[in-house]
Write a protein of this length. Structure first.
Lengths: 960, 219
């Protein structure tokens, strides 16, 4: 009964965590489905005739092109006030004000040729996302669920793809981010490295070297120059530094020369992809970050009207349909921007009616395309609200029929300009409504949900903290607490569901489960409190420094720079923890006994403590060395330019040098061998290898077999190309078969281990001739075990130490614990670790095996050190309780392992190759198996470090 | 007796604090372009030398521990030599620990070493002055019941607070504030210095407030 209750309680805690995570992610993770549909030149987005009649002309798609060529000068982080005209004569108070004089002169001298806009970027204001928006006309989110996670390349329809499709040539120079986004899309490209934000000049000077010669040549239709200097200057110095003035002056010079070389058929677009804050950063959604500048210029008159006094604000995506129609291209399929209507004047500039007609036609094309996109998207994904979609659809069909009516009317009689203007405003209403709906779904965080999720998670942690102290007592009232809280939770979710139904919004599982979790949690805590105030010592288990460390660890999750530095922060905390442990042991006088000034220690303890000192120090130094060595396998996060990823993460197959390859292969074999042999040796030393039980037999024969299989697979995988042709069939068969065999063996072994997890214990207890003591610290399996094992150990220890020990009977079993590693289950734990390690090793590249070896050694040392610390009964409340220190150290090790096996918590760092281990031909259509393989690779460390306790946990659960 | 001791301790510590404060701006009178952040290594050397001189001078002046019975010249010289060796060993040990904690191994070696030197100055040097080159005595002092005088207590407090200061100093390094003091090892050395100063100020106060509870057994 109690067993079931405890399991139920644990399940309930799991549910609380999952509900919190689900609530948080529903507010935080902006997701959007990428559609791969493309607009086609010969196919209009909807039915209806064309006013411009461009379909027949060569080089024209949906409309006749207004410009045959365009130059896009993208100045990264060009904030609006960098460009804003500054009244002449006044000295500028800031180094960035009034520097772009060439733009100002053009605006004043040729108001019909040039126009300045405020260019509103959508958050996240990071360059890659902005580039996607500027070419696809959509709203990129953090996770764009596309067909291919592994590459950055844009899958959606975009301007560059449309240019390529219509046979136009695109020349690019500048930031090499474009290389990843548009692989092979440029007829000529000059990429320069963009990662080093301290470097202000490489990219800009590189562009300036190639820009003018390219302009003078005639082999391009679109020229893109992406300058990075201003952005890097912001990152390095901030906008208020004199260096910014120099950089902007350089840009001004460049624009001046560029305008002089511009030909009549060319449009010049100068744009910033985002702004920057007062400190020069960007990425968020503050006004300064969002407000970029857009400047358009044409050598021919372009704008029918004089500009407004205050520059108009246009959303960034609006540039996409505008450019597409001006260049005579189809608007990209997924665009949600609206055309900038000023640029679409009719042929005769003076006739307002022709202008209005041309604008209405452009708007109508745009609206048709957006309507088509909304339709396609709502078929593929359900995240856009259906009522809003229905409303927009009605709006569009009425505007569309109005447009057709006007066109019919135009054939026979005069059309009033006011009618056209009304139609334009109707179309504009539709376009803006569609954009707002998409923005609300894709690009807006829901802070309330994020905060709610965080609070739920934090309070669940608190609950765990409280109950971990309370629940160890056997009379802890699980049943009534649990029943009450579950009842309350159900009631809460039912109430919430009723409220949601009444409010008219749909039922969301994340919200409902969060409601249930929150009410049940509150009910639980309330009941707990009403049962009598628990003392502070129970609420705050563990010593204060550990709690401070845990708090630091969780607080770091709220700082983006600490998330970047987690790969270094987790080992730092682990080292601090172990050093603190040893220092504390010393402070309590347990490492160096024998001082006459330490009266609290009696003589037998001292004689052992004498040996503990150097041993603990040795363990500490070994642990620190291991942690330091494991950092050799770090992969760098993308954002840190100075950091170099470890070269050892690449597979051996990627190496070409024969000698070095062989040496590395030898080292990996050595690591494998040491791993297997040390596990065997350790088990043998503890006397665990003598029993005929199946798990033991498996350890004796299965583990070496698995190691052999792994080694053979590595050899074949890294050198499969060099195999002689007649062996090819054999090799390819082995590449498929070997990993599967190893996986099968591991599964078999784990099954055996789970079936008989405690054979080891029975074995050591039974062999009376074996004088080796299995000390234990962990929880006993049952009262019977306790009754059985403790006297056994006690008797043997008494035999062994008789004569040496003068101490009373009460001290001896306590002193015993000071020697050993882990618990009774340690043999099972070690076996499980080894069994889990082999399949996980196979999923990684070969040289990670060295990292695995280091990690095994490290966790062994850590356990020894913890055993030294816990073994002394003075340090813990009871001999069988696991202190918080051990748990936090173990968790920190898991985090450290995640990083030191070459992982990073970002999508591009996922090891996709793991999906093809054992399946070199791919998986066909089933996504499940590759997902499992890649997941096992990614979470290898967590699987190892928590999975190793599986047998112990199962045994506990069975015996409770 | 005890109160006068605490007073002596307090004044000695005040001297140390003032000397550290002085090292931040006195050198700029003599050296051109001196500042704690920009010419950090120079400041580290000056600070370390000042604290060393002051500690030794205070030790000679105040004589916190009654001098041992044997005080022949050769004995004294061997003690001084031994102290020097111990100090350099402690510098190397600190360097190794800092590297194990994640400092770069090859680059910035001078910076790391000077950080080790200043940590040794704040921790090992007072130990050497007060306890002599006697590892066993050091190990004894840093246990729960090991302090035998208020000088031992103040040693415990200043040492631990310097180390904790250095540890805390590592936390700002990953932050993206782009301040000049976030560069390795400036934040750590500043943290250690602040911890040392705090320890110097806290220890007399703490000893004064707990003077009733502090009863020392003579060895």
């Amino acid at each position: 009964m109690l067993k079931a209750l405890v399991l139920l309680f644990l399940a309930w805690v799991c549910f609380l965590f999952y509900a919190g995570i689900a609530l948080f992610t529903s507010g935080f993770l902006l997701t959007r489905l990428e559609l791969t549909n493309h607009s086609i030149c010969q196919e209009l987005p909807g039915k209806g005739p064309l006013v411009g009649g461009g379909r027949g002309e060569p080089g024209a798609c949906w409309t006749a092109p207004r410009f045959s060529r365009a130059v896009i000068v993208l100045i990264d982080a060009l904030r609006f006030d960098f460009v804003q005209p500054w009244p002449g004569g006044l000295p500028a108070p800031q180094p960035f004000l009034g520097r772009l004089g060439s733009i100002q002169r053009l605006l004043e001298a040729q108001p019909q040729h040039a126009r300045l806009y405020r260019f509103l970027a959508d958050p996240p204001t990071t360059t890659m996302q902005r580039l996607k928006a500027l070419t696809t006309g959509s709203l990129p989110t953090f996770i764009d669920a596309g067909s291919n996670f592994a590459s950055y390349a844009i899958q959606e329809d975009n301007l560059i793809a449309q240019l390529n499709n219509t046979g136009k040539r695109v020349v690019f120079m500048g930031d090499d981010t474009w290389k990843g986004l548009f692989p092979g899309a440029f007829s000529e490209a000059f990429f320069f490295p963009s990662f080093n934000v301290k470097d202000l000049h490489t990219v800009d000077n590189g562009i300036l070297e190639h820009l003018y010669p390219t302009m003078d040549r005639d082999n391009w239709d679109l020229l893109i120059a992406h300058f990075l200097g201003v952005d890097h200057c912001g990152h390095k110095h901030g906008p208020h530094h004199p260096e910014m003035a120099k950089k902007l002056n350089q840009m001004d010079q460049m624009l001046q020369t560029l305008v002089e070389r511009l030909e009549n058929d060319t449009l010049l677009v100068v744009a910033g992809d985002h702004g920057m804050t007062e400190t020069g950063d960007h990425g968020g959604d503050s006004k300064l970050e969002v407000m970029a500048a857009l400047f358009l210029y044409s050598p021919l008159p372009l704008f029918p009207r004089a500009p407004l006094k205050d520059p108009e604000a246009v959303p960034q995506v609006n540039l996409v349909p505008t450019l597409a129609l001006l260049l005579g291209l189809p608007i990209p399929f997924g665009n949600i921007g609206e055309v900038m209507v000023d640029l679409f004047s009719g042929e005769g500039d003076t006739q307002p009616l022709a202008t209005a007609l041309a604008q209405a036609s452009a708007y109508h094309l745009n609206a048709q395309q957006v309507s088509r996109f909304l339709h396609a998207y709502s078929l593929a994904a359900q995240d856009l609200p259906p009522e809003e979609l229905q409303r927009l659809q009605n709006l569009f069909s009425s505007a569309s029929s109005e447009y057709e009516r006007l066109l019919d009317q135009l054939k026979t009689e005069e059309v009033r300009e006011a009618d056209i203007q009304a139609l334009i405003s109707q179309l504009r209403l539709f376009l803006r409504g569609a954009r707002t709906a998409c923005t609300e779904t894709w690009a807006q965080f829901r802070p309330a949900r994020m905060i709610g999720g965080t609070v739920l998670l934090a309070s669940t942690c608190l609950l765990c903290l409280v109950t971990s102290g309370l629940a160890s007592s056997p009379d802890f009232p699980f049943h009534c607490l649990l029943l009450k809280s579950v009842a309350w939770g159900l009631a809460g979710s039912a109430l919430l569901a009723g409220g949601l139904m009444a409010g008219g919004s749909g039922l969301e599982p994340a919200l409902l489960s969060a409601g249930a979790a929150a009410t049940s949690l509150v009910a639980f805590l309330w009941n707990l409190k009403s049962r009598g105030r628990p003392p502070m010592a129970i609420i705050l288990p563990g010593p204060l420094p550990i709690l401070v460390l845990l708090f630091l660890r969780s607080a770091a999750l709220f700082s983006d720079s600490f998330i970047l530095a987690e790969a270094r922060a987790a080992p730092f905390l682990l080292r601090s923890l172990s050093l603190f442990l040893v220092a504390q042991l010393h402070w309590e006088g347990r490492l160096l006994g024998g001082w006459p000034t330490a009266p609290c220690l009696s003589s037998p303890t001292v004689s052992m403590a004498r040996r503990e000192g150097p041993r603990a120090l040795g363990l500490l130094v070994g642990l620190l060395l291991c942690v330091r060595l494991s950092s050799l396998f770090l992969r760098c996060p993308e954002e840190t330019p100075v950091c170099q990823s470890s070269p050892w993460l690449a597979p051996l197959a990627a190496m070409d040098g024969g000698q070095a390859k062989n040496l590395w292969y030898g080292a990996c074999l050595g690591a494998l061998g040491v791993l297997v042999l040390s596990v065997r040796f350790w088990l043998r030393r503890c006397g665990n290898l003598n029993s005929p039980a199946p798990p033991v037999l498996f350890v004796r024969w299965g583990l070496p077999l698995m190691a052999l299989g792994t080694a053979a697979h590595w050899a074949l995988a890294s050198g499969s190309d060099e195999a002689p042709p007649r062996l090819q069939a054999l090799v390819s068969g082995a590449v498929v078969g070997l990993p599967r065999a190893v996986l099968g063996l591991a599964a078999l072994g784990l099954g055996l281990l789970l079936w008989q997890p405690v054979t080891v214990l029975v074995k050591t207890g039974a062999s009376s001739s074996n004088p080796i003591v299995v000390p234990f610290v962990g929880p006993p399996a049952s009262q019977a075990d306790l009754d059985y094992v403790v006297p056994q150990i006690y008797r043997r220890m008494q035999d062994a130490l008789r004569g040496k020990l003068a101490g009373g009977g009460s001290q001896t079993p306590m002193a015993l614990a000071a020697y050993g590693l882990g618990s009774v289950y340690s043999a099972a734990v070690v076996t499980a670790l080894a069994l889990l390690a082999f399949p996980l090793l196979l999923l990684h590249t070969e040289r990670i095996s060295l990292a695995f070896l280091i990690l095994f050694l490290q966790s062994f040392l850590l356990l020894q050190l913890l055993a030294t610390a816990i073994g002394n009964p003075a340090g813990s409340s009871g001999p069988f309780s696991v202190p918080w220190l051990a748990i936090s150290a173990w968790a920190l090790t898991a985090t450290q392992t995640f990083y030191s096996t070459g992982h990073q918590p970002v999508f591009p760092a996922i090891h996709w190759n793991a999906a093809f281990v054992g399946f070199p031909e791919g998986h066909g259509s089933s996504p499940l198996l590759p997902a499992v393989l890649v997941g096992a690779n990614t979470f290898a460390s967590h699987l190892l470090f928590s999975g190793s306790w599986l047998p112990a946990a199962l045994a506990l659960a069975l015996c409770v | 007796m005890k109160d006068t001791d605490i007073k002596r301790l307090f004044y000695a510590h005040l001297f140390c604090v003032f000397s550290i404060i002085l090292t931040t701006f006195i050198p700029s009178l003599f050296l051109e372009e001196f500042s704690v952040l920009e010419t950090h290594l120079t400041w580290l050397c000056i600070c370390s030398i000042c604290v060393t001189i002051l500690n030794v001078a205070l030790y000679l002046l105040v004589k916190p521990n009654p001098s041992s019975k044997r005080s022949s010249i050769s004995h004294k010289i061997s003690r001084v030599l031994k102290s020097c060796v111990y100090f350099s060993i402690s510098c190397l040990l600190y360097h190794a620990i800092i590297v194990l904690y994640g400092a770069p191994l090859i680059e910035l070696m001078l910076e790391t070493f000077l950080f080790a030197v200043i940590l040794s100055t704040f921790t090992t040097l007072p130990c050497l002055c007060l306890l002599g080159p006697n590892i066993k005595a050091w190990l004894r002092v840093f246990t729960k019941n090991g302090a035998t005088s208020i000088w031992d207590n103040s040693l415990q407090i200043t040492t631990v607070s310097s180390v904790i200061g250095a540890w805390l100093g590592a936390f700002p390094i990953p932050l993206d504030w782009e301040r000049p003091w976030q560069v390795w090892p400036i934040s750590c050395t500043l943290g250690a210095t602040c911890g040392y100063v705090a320890g110097l100020l806290i220890s007399p106060v703490w000893i004064y407030r707990n003077r009733k509870q502090l009863t020392y057994k003579s060895r």
